[in-house]
Structures are given as structure tokens and as C-alpha cells.
Design a protein around this ligand. Structure first.
Ligand code: MRU
Length: 372
């Protein structure tokens, strides 16, 4: 996507030095656009944990490149395999909910283990990281093509009137390598000249909606309105939302969806108001081993200070302000699970399926008839 008219992905190899990975430090957006150099697996682990990079697809791509950096380091360590394994564990420890992380690390370990020399292992790690990133962008582009029809259909029904879409958190290009999942159909519709408007949930406590989704939609020229997290139900009750599209950090093969905290409430509200609620995801976000999302998906809990304090910029300076009594306790559950029964459909790179085991496995038959 474009930033100030210049095309960017969210992660890439530094042109002058192929042993350095470059990322956009998302903690500074929308006020500063800062590109950060990452040249060790430790710095990649910090970048994921502290959310310089975030979002399911980008966490996966970052983990893929992290394993490439680990392979480079391993070739200088006394025990290649031990360094690789320790690095994999370090990356796996960073964030528990987004399944793309484990998927990318395991894909790298399997690919690297097929080679015998250090040189071949490094080359394979590089090629696998690149493949993971390229695939992520390509899958999101295809999600856009499949989801486009949903928006087009609503636009036709409304005889060209504006299509109002509500989204939560940031499942945009910043959460992937390019295009985004929830935003890909929106960008496709906008590019095709369909009149779209997006309600952007602010997404407390880290405000990915207010800071990131609003910024990237604005960069692309898409009309949008930021709303406080509790507004969606009211808008839906009053016919102001035609469609809800969110992303997901992990979706079971039965169709339960883990996504940013607050998604479940939006799905309940959409159900009560008969509004279609779609979840967009590349297949790397399916968890083929988990049947029941509510009881089995690990929900990340982050520090309470993210709830008690708010970050913002004043006169170009980043400032942090306390919102609560200093001594209050705060709980910070980062994700919730929306049961499949509240979801209208899943938009994947292969097409749209229903959120149930039969339909998901019909779309991904290579996963077998009963994965777990
Ligand atoms: O905590 P984050 O910012 O990594 O959370 C991820 C999200 O932005 C959303 O939950 C998103 O819808 C899923 S990631 C595509």
C-alpha cells in the first residue's frame, strides 16, 4: 500500500544488507513513520512482544524472518541446532494467541531441518521467510477479490448508496505484509469505485483502530469515522451499518474466532440486528488442532498499565497520561472468542465458507476430514 504516495510492505530485507530485516515501528503511528532495522533474533522477539509489529499475518512473517536471523546467528554459534531451537522458543514465547506465529516458526524448523550444511540452512531459512511473506500478501489480495462481491452486492441492493462497514482493531495492511484481511475487500471495493464508508472502532486499550486503521484508510483515501468502542451497537440498531468485517488471530477448524477484545460484543450486536458479520483470514490463521475456541484458545493478558495509561502526541512529542486512580487494579485481556454461531461467513484466499467444520474442510480438503 502507499504511504505518502510511496509503495510499502510492512516487512522487507534491507537492500544494502541482506542480513538486516526492516519493519515499520507501528508504536509511532500515526504521528511518525519510522522504519526500524532488526538484525538479531532477540530484537525481532522484542519487536513482536512490544508490538513494534503486530497483527496475525505480520507476526507470522516477522517470526519467519526472525528464524532466518536465527539461522545466520546459528552458523556462528558452537551448536547450530541448539541456537536454532532456543531462538524458536524465544519467538514462540512472545505472543500466545496469534497462531501464525507458531505456524511460521514450525514451517521454518521443518524446512531448515531438511538441509545439512550451514550455508544451505541459511539459504533455505531466507527462502522460506520470503515465501511466508509473499504468500501472506498474495492471500490477502485474494481475500480482497472474494470479499469484494459482498460489498458490491450490498451496493447494488442500495442502488449505489454508500455502503457502511464496521471494523474492529486493525486487520489492515499494517497487520499483514500487504492489503490486510478485513480491509482487503474494502480497498478492492473502493478501487472499483464503490462508495464505501468505514466505522473504525478505536479499540482500547492500544487503540489500533484509532491509530492504525484510521491512518491506513486515510492514506488510501477511504472515507472513515473513528468511533469509541461502545458505539457500534447503537449504530447497528439505527440501520447505520450494512456489514461488519473483522480479522482474526486464530480460528478453529470449527469456525470459532479469536480476535481483538471487543469483537464478541460486536458479533452479538450484529446478530441481534440481523447485520452480516464476516471474518476475513488467510489459511495460516486456522488452528487445525483446536475444536472449541472458548475453552481452548489461549488468551493473551498484557500489563494493566496499557489500560490505566493512554499514549498520545502533543506538539510532536509522545506523551503518556494516567486515566485512572493510580492505585486501581486493571485487567488487560487482549482477545476474546466469538463463537461460530454468531458469524455469517469466513472470507479466505480460496473463497467464502460457512463457519463450521464441514464447510471449512470442504474448502481445505488437504487438512483431512477430522484434523484433531
Ligand atoms: O494485538 P494485535 O494488534 O496484534 O491484534 C491483532 C489485531 O489487530 C486484530 O485482532 C486483528 O483483527 C487480527 S490480526 C489480522
Amino acid at each position: 500500500m502507499n504511504v505518502n504516495g510511496q509503495p510499502y510492505c510492512t516487512i522487507w530485507i534491507k537492500e544494502e544488507n541482506p542480513e538486516t530485516v526492516r519493519i515499520i515501528d507501528q508504536r509511532r503511528l500515526p504521528f511518525d513513520f519510522i522504519v526500524e532495522d532488526i538484525d538479531s533474533v532477540d530484537s525481532m522477539a522484542v519487536a513482536i512482544k512490544d508490538m513494534h509489529v503486530r497483527g496475525a499475518g505480520l507476526i507470522g512473517a516477522s517470526a519467519g524472518y526472525g528464524m532466518y536471523l536465527a539461522a545466520l546467528e546459528a552458523s556462528r554459534a558452537s551448536n547450530f541446532q541448539l541456537h536454532l531451537q532456543e531462538s524458536a522458543e524465544k519467538l514462540l514465547d512472545t505472543r500466545p494467541t496469534a497462531v501464525n506465529l507458531a505456524w511460521a516458526v514450525e514451517r521454518q524448523l521443518a524446512a531448515i531441518s531438511k538441509e545439512s550444511s550451514s550455508e544451505a540452512k541459511i539459504q533455505t531459512a531466507f527462502e522460506t521467510a520470503t515465501k511466508i511473506a509473499d504468500e501472506d500478501a498474495d492471500f490477502c489480495r485474494r481475500i480482497g477479490e472474494h470479499g469484494f462481491g459482498l460489498i458490491k452486492g450490498i451496493s447494488e441492493k442500495k442502488r449505489g448508496d454508500v455502503v457502511n462497514i464496521l471494523t474492529h482493531c486493525n486487520a489492515g495492511w499494517l497487520a499483514f505484509v500487504d492489503y490486510g484481511s478485513a480491509t482487503a475487500p474494502i480497498y478492492a471495493a473502493f478501487n472499483a469505485g464503490i462508495d464505501v464508508h468505514v466505522y473504525v472502532d478505536e479499540t482500547r486499550p492500544r487503540n489500533q483502530g484509532a491509530r492504525l486503521t484510521a491512518w491506513e484508510l486515510g492514506q488510501h483515501g477511504v472515507s472513515h469515522t473513528v468511533i469509541a468502542d461502545n458505539v457500534g451497537g447503537h449504530l447497528m440498531q439505527h440501520g447505520m451499518v450494512d456489514l461488519v468485517i473483522t480479522g482474526t488471530d486464530r480460528t478453529t477448524y470449527t469456525g470459532d474466532v479469536a480476535n481483538k477484545i471487543g469483537t464478541y460484543l460486536k458479533a452479538l450486536s450484529a446478530k441481534d440486528n440481523d447485520i452480516p458479520f464476516y471474518v476475513a483470514l488467510p489459511s495460516s490463521t486456522f488452528d487445525w488442532n483446536t475444536r472449541d475456541g472458548v475453552s481452548e484458545i489461549p488468551i493473551e493478558q498484557r500489563g494493566g498499565d496499557e489500560v490505566k495509561y493512554i499514549d498520545g502526541f502533543i506538539d510532536g512529542e509522545e506523551r503518556t497520561a494516567l486515566l485512572t486512580p493510580l492505585e486501581s487494579n486493571a485487567a488487560n485481556y487482549a482477545f476474546d472468542v466469538t463463537p461460530a454461531r454468531l458469524i455469517t461467513g469466513l472470507v479466505t484466499e480460496r473463497g467464502i465458507c460457512e463457519p463450521n467444520e464441514e464447510s471449512i474442510l470442504a474448502m481445505f480438503p488437504e487438512r483431512g476430514s477430522s484434523p484433531a
